[in-house]
Design a protein around this ligand. Structure first.
Ligand SMILES: [Cu+2]
Length: 355
């Protein structure tokens, strides 16, 4: 790959030198009119047609990409605010699509229509206040509308009120794993600081803080469906980003400060597994894995392990080191009862220290 890139650079450099040489010769007036460097009627016609062909190619490429890559779209959001987020995204993309289809057409069509012709000169047209007003005011109104709509959506999602019964969970990022800390019976997270990290106390919970005694540290993130969750995010080392694509949630995790995000999960893990979207997706993934396993077997390597059920994941979305790609934690959205059952099986901070 490196050799290939170096070769391309050398070739492009040679072409650049060659072109500069040609420009230099042109500027000296050494070219010989018709047969030489100055474009003639035929060149102009060819270039005009190429312009139209390029436009058709661009349109084709755009629709092909939409068709071919649409299978990578995320399913409907599994959080209460997700719909608003998707709406904003859809409106922005739709607007960009409409405007670019029109402007691409105008750009290439005019290049075709007004191709160079012998004896034809451009019209001298100084200015037109009305035209300038129109093409200034329309983008101003559209952009202002889009920005205001975006700001409202943003503050709607980010400035949340904490419900009385909101579940408080800390997400703790370390290169290269996540841990979750539940606030326990009192729903208050105990103070924590890296200075307290010792032995089993990997999150640095302050052992003298009463609020921290009932905190529960887990390797899996269980969330009760339909209940607001308030995430408090901390990082032990570098900048990470907590990314939960199915819930349309992402927040930077910054060492030395606590960031937060909140959402209400609306679709349980069981429910999303049963959707047509997920069933289709799993079938495709399993086929790909089967093929890959065959290849691996042929090379004498162990086959891939089974992957038959979808799970939500919390991922890291900041390149934080060599194993960043594998920094993830399983998320299980379940009923309040199932959640209660699960959290009872987990050890409190007090109990694990005593042990
Ligand atoms: Cu990370």
């Amino acid at each position: 790959m490196t050799v290939f890139l170096v070769l391309i650079v050398i070739i492009l450099f040679a072409v650049a030198i060659w072109q500069m040489n040609k420009i230099y010769a042109l500027s000296k007036g050494n070219s010989s009119g018709e047969s030489g460097e100055v474009a003639n009627e035929k060149d102009n016609r060819i270039n005009a047609k190429l312009m139209v062909m390029f436009m058709v190619f661009l349109y084709f490429l755009m629709f092909y990409c939409f068709w071919h890559y649409s299978k990578f779209y995320l399913p409907e959001a599994s959080s209460a605010h997700g719909g608003k987020y998707d709406n904003l995204m859809f409106i922005s993309i739709a607007l960009i699509m409409v405007v670019q289809i029109i402007t691409q057409f105008l750009l290439h069509f005019f290049a075709y229509k007004y191709k160079g012709k012998k004896g034809q000169h451009a019209l001298f047209y100084a200015d037109n206040d009305k035209l300038e007003f129109i093409w200034t005011i329309i983008p101003v109104i559209v952009l202002a509308g889009l920005i205001i709509y975006g700001l409202f959506t943003w503050s709607d999602i980010m400035n949340f009120d904490e419900d009385e019964d909101a579940l408080v969970v800390e997400l703790y990022a370390q290169r290269f794993n996540w841990k979750a800390r539940y606030a326990g019976e009192d729903n208050i997270l105990g103070d924590a600081n890296v200075r307290f990290i010792e032995g089993i106390n990997q999150l640095g919970i302050d052992p003298s803080d009463v609020d921290g005694q009932d905190d529960v540290v887990t390797q899996e993130l269980h969330l009760p469906v339909g209940r607001q969750v308030v995430f408090k995010l901390r990082s032990q080392d570098v900048l990470h980003s907590a990314y939960m694509p199915h819930f349309r949630a992402q927040m930077n995790v910054v060492p030395g400060m606590i960031t937060q995000f909140s959402f209400t999960p609306t679709v349980t893990t069981e429910e999303i597994r049963k959707t047509d979207y997920m069933q289709d997706k799993m079938r495709t993934i399993q086929e790909i894995r089967k093929e890959k396993s065959k290849e691996l077997a042929a090379a004498g390597e162990p086959a891939l392990n089974d992957y038959d059920e979808f799970d939500y994941y919390l991922l890291c979305n900041k390149i934080c080191g060599e194993s960043h790609y594998n920094m993830q934690m399983k998320i299980i959205v379940e009923s309040q009862e199932d959640y209660d059952k699960w959290i009872k099986t987990q050890k409190t901070f007090e109990a694990s220290v005593a042990q």
